[in-house]
Design a protein around this ligand. Structure first.
Ligand code: PLP
Length: 399
């Protein structure tokens, strides 16, 4: 049988390994000069006032909500259709997540779906650029700004996506990014929060390091400069959400590859679109009119008339050596949110039930892509599976 096709694989060259080794050889592996350099390069790329590197996008969301002044008694509107970390971050600050539905074409919140669930206690909205598809931040801010509601952009998937000619996140008071290996740009684990005001960045930078008034790196610099020792104070409750210099060294190399990564993913997505154009019952996610996705997730929605259910199709692909994934999860369907009241969420439930994420990675070959498309086409026609054991696995999923 032919080699298994993964759903995602990070794109590394020898430069990442060398950068990590260089950080180790330098003796400085904790948060230090490479984290500062990564932050500066990221902020410059986005054209934002400041970027603060942290341990993950989850911790970036936590700090962003603190920075936005969200706390107990506040409501925060979130899409249920997102990785669970989006809703969880709201609970970390003691606020209440309020689930809103999404548009079926994009998987993103709209001003209408947010307005439908807004309460007098709504203090913030977390706007997710789902799977890298840019959400309309300007439209959301037009609703929220006059009401004093802060829009936090969860751009975990959207490094390299474009909104009206600017990098996604550029127009946000707070935007958060993930560098987990399931995302394009990876540092193993890691995240970034970008902000539009330098004083907010300075506060988040303290909060990620125990609330310390002077960073360890600044104290070291003062020591080396022969200055009098700088004594730190702890003025508010902080956290240890630091990124390491080993991660940042890798991140700097990866940031330099981001344009190439996005270009390749868009090329492969366009090729999927061509290959699947004649296959009935499948709709491939597309760019909105106001932006360009990085195709972090190349997802397809199955029409109700498709001969196989989503899980049966996943099993069939697995049997053919193709790792696809179920589409984006819906937090309100998970036990941890079973007691959270919510409005009907029909688009969310349809997308989470009927969508799947196709394999797409930088070094994917045309032959691999042809195999995926051929298997999808055969499934749409109800033809027998190409993969040994496909029927068996589908039966197991149904059972
Ligand atoms: C991946 C993801 C996160 C969490 O990112 P981590 O870096 O793993 O914490 C949060 N929100 C969304 C929308 C994501 O896709």
């Amino acid at each position: 049988m032919s080699e298994r096709i993964p759903v995602m694989r990070p794109w590394f060259g020898p430069e990442e390994a060398e950068a990590a080794a260089e950080a180790v050889r330098s003796g400085w592996v904790a948060q230090g000069p490479r984290v500062a350099a990564f932050e500066a390069a990221f902020a410059e790329r986005l054209g934002v006032a400041d970027a603060v590197a942290v341990s993950s996008c989850t911790t970036a969301l936590h700090l962003a909500l603190i920075g936005a002044g969200v706390g107990p008694g506040d409501d925060v509107v979130v899409p249920s259709l997102s990785f669970i970390a989006t809703a969880n971050a709201v609970r970390y600050v003691g606020a209440r997540p309020v689930f809103a539905d999404v548009a079926e074409e994009s998987g993103n919140l709209t001003p209408d779906t947010v307005e439908a669930v807004r309460t007098p206690a709504t203090r913030a909205v977390i706007l997710v650029d789902q799977g890298g598809v840019p959400a309309d931040l300007a439209a959301m801010r037009a609703l929220c700004d006059p009401l004093g509601i802060v829009v936090v952009e969860d751009a975990a998937c959207a490094a390299g996506s474009v909104l009206r000619g600017r990098p996604v996140g550029a127009g946000a008071a707070f935007a958060t990014f993930s560098f987990h290996p399931r995302k394009l740009l990876t540092t193993g684990e890691g995240g970034m929060v970008t902000v539009d005001r330098p004083e907010v960045g300075a506060r988040l930078r303290r909060l990620r390091e125990h609330g310390m008034s002077v960073s360890a790196a600044d104290r070291d610099a003062a020591d080396r400069g022969g200055a009098a020792p700088v004594l730190e104070t702890y003025d508010e409750l902080g956290f240890n959400y630091r990124m390491t210099d080993v991660q940042a060294a890798i991140g700097l190399v990866q940031l330099g590859r981001l344009d190439a990564m996005v270009a390749r993913r868009r090329e492969l997505a366009a090729r999927y679109r061509k290959l699947l154009a004649g296959v009935p019952g499948l709709r491939l996610v597309d760019d909105p009119e106001f932006g360009e996705s990085n195709y972090q997730a190349c997802w397809v929605l199955l029409d109700t008339g498709f001969p196989l259910g989503r899980d049966e199709l996943l099993a069939r692909l697995a049997g053919a050596g193709i790792s696809a994934r179920r589409g984006i999860m819906a937090a309100h369907l998970e036990p941890v949110y079973a007691d959270t009241p919510h409005v009907p969420l029909p688009a969310t439930e349809r997308i989470t039930r009927d969508s799947l994420i196709l394999p797409l990675f930088h070094e994917m070959t045309e032959a691999q892509q042809d195999r995926v498309a051929a298997e999808l086409a055969a499934a749409a026609e109800g033809a027998a599976g190409a993969g040994v054991g496909a029927g068996v696995e589908a039966a197991e999923v149904r059972a």
